[in-house]
Design a protein around this ligand. Structure first.
Ligand SMILES: *Cc1c(COP(=O)(O)O)cnc(C)c1O
Length: 392
């Protein structure tokens, strides 16, 4: 018998659950795109996005997903043949490196497998770069596949006075975990609408510092992707922000989502909620992992675990995912990038996610393990409940 009727729960690491309010805000006929109302809303959204990132720097929005923002930023930062260093801790860092490489940039990787980046290794590599040929250090704050969290301030410190730009992909972490772009010395920050920003997929953002802006135009910069045109657009020329017709309903959605994050719940509280929910998932995962069940959180060090997504090895994960979807209306994330994807999964706790939703997800997982006879340690739901009851 299926017990899946009711509100579906998606616990995949993007797109994340859309708040009803965000859906309703988007559910509107387009006003005049040359009128003052939409221009004002767009202007407000741009200001809110800068608040979210912790920057007074520049911001170029794009209609496109995170991959579009990867390409947009590279097309503004690099010349063909430039040498860059990509720090990788999983599938997303490696895909980013490959995409930039295919654009004609010389990519060197500092590969940590599925483990968090070590700042000392970065310091050593940059110290060896005596001619300072490395133009940028690129890193995912959260690699969504391995669920590792990089320590961005520590990586910045490790760069010392090397002139490379620090470029951070915060697609899976912005609005979930602390990011203070200016205070931390991040030169270029990349994110997208459909994860911590609680909005539909299809918009992405590149924030950049004055230092990055000084790169000017390169032989990879084409008019559509040129970040200067977008960042320097004046409010009365809405089409310049977006390189054409603005994504009207997306702007309404972002406006509402950013109001919820920044003006209502508050960014500090949003970060604390993500941290508390993450601890509940880790507590459950560790309890399931007892008695040699073979269940294991992918990131051993709690300090290096992401606030927005948890990856785990779990025997028969693929069968469990199918079971929770069919019987409980709960969709879990695939074991993307895992050594053995059929026996791995990810639980997202990203964006519009409450303790109730998360306990529902963990409860459905527990039910599925019982139904399918997947061995698991006892007490996982109690452990998660304790983490919820006593947030640190
Ligand atoms: C989701 C994600 C991407 C890719 O974003 P798309 O919108 O799917 O193109 C890149 N990097 C990270 C860290 C992500 O989580």
């Amino acid at each position: 018998m299926s017990l899946a009727a009711g509100y579906p729960l998606i616990a995949i690491p993007g797109p994340s659950p859309l708040p009803e309010r965000v859906l309703r805000a988007a559910h509107r006929i387009s006003p005049d795109i040359y009128g003052t109302e939409l221009a004002a809303t767009n202007e407000h959204v741009m200001a809110q996005l800068k608040r979210l990132a912790g920057t007074t720097g520049h911001l170029a929005p794009y209609i496109g997903n995170g991959h579009a923002a990867w390409e947009a930023s590279a097309a503004n930062m690099f010349h063909r043949g430039d040498h860059v260093l990509v720090i990788t801790s999983g599938h997303f860092g490696r895909s980013w490196a490959q995409q930039v490489n295919e654009m004609g940039v010389m990519v060197e990787t500092l590969d940590f497998g599925a483990l968090p980046p070590e700042p000392e290794a970065l310091a050593r590599r940059l110290a060896a770069d005596r001619d300072q040929i490395i133009k940028a250090v690129m890193v995912c704050q959260t690699d969504t596949a391995s669920a590792c969290m990089a320590d961005i301030p520590a990586l910045r410190d490790a760069m010392g006075d090397h002139p490379a730009l620090l470029v951070v992909d915060a697609i899976a972490s912005l609005g979930c975990a602390p990011m203070m772009m200016d205070d931390w010395g991040v030169d270029v920050l990349i994110s997208a609408s459909q994860k911590g920003l609680m909005s539909p997929a299809g918009a992405s953002f590149v924030w950049f510092s004055d230092r990055a802006a000084l790169r000017g135009r390169t032989d990879l910069t084409t008019p559509y992707w040129d970040w200067h045109l977008r960042a320097n657009a004046t409010p009365d020329a809405l089409w310049r922000f977006w390189g054409g017709t603005p994504p009207v309903q997306m702007i309404f959605a972002l406006d509402e989502a950013l109001r919820m994050i920044l003006d209502e719940e508050g960014l500090i509280a949003v970060w604390a909620r993500h941290a508390a929910l993450a601890r509940a998932v880790w507590a459950a995962g560790e309890a399931w992992g007892q008695d040699e069940s073979g269940i294991r959180l992918s990131v051993a060090d709690p300090a290096a675990r992401a606030a927005s997504v948890t990856a785990m090895r779990l025997p028969e994960a693929e069968a469990l995912r199918a079971w929770t979807a069919a019987h409980c209306g709960v969709t879990l994330g695939i074991g993307l990038g895992a050594e053995d994807p059929a026996n791995a999964l990810r639980v997202a706790h990203m964006g519009h996610c409450s303790a109730g939703m998360l306990m529902g997800v963990l409860g459905a997982m527990q039910a599925g393990m019982v139904a399918l006879g997947i061995p698991h340690g006892a007490g996982a739901l109690d452990a998660a409940a304790r983490a919820i009851a006593e947030p640190a």
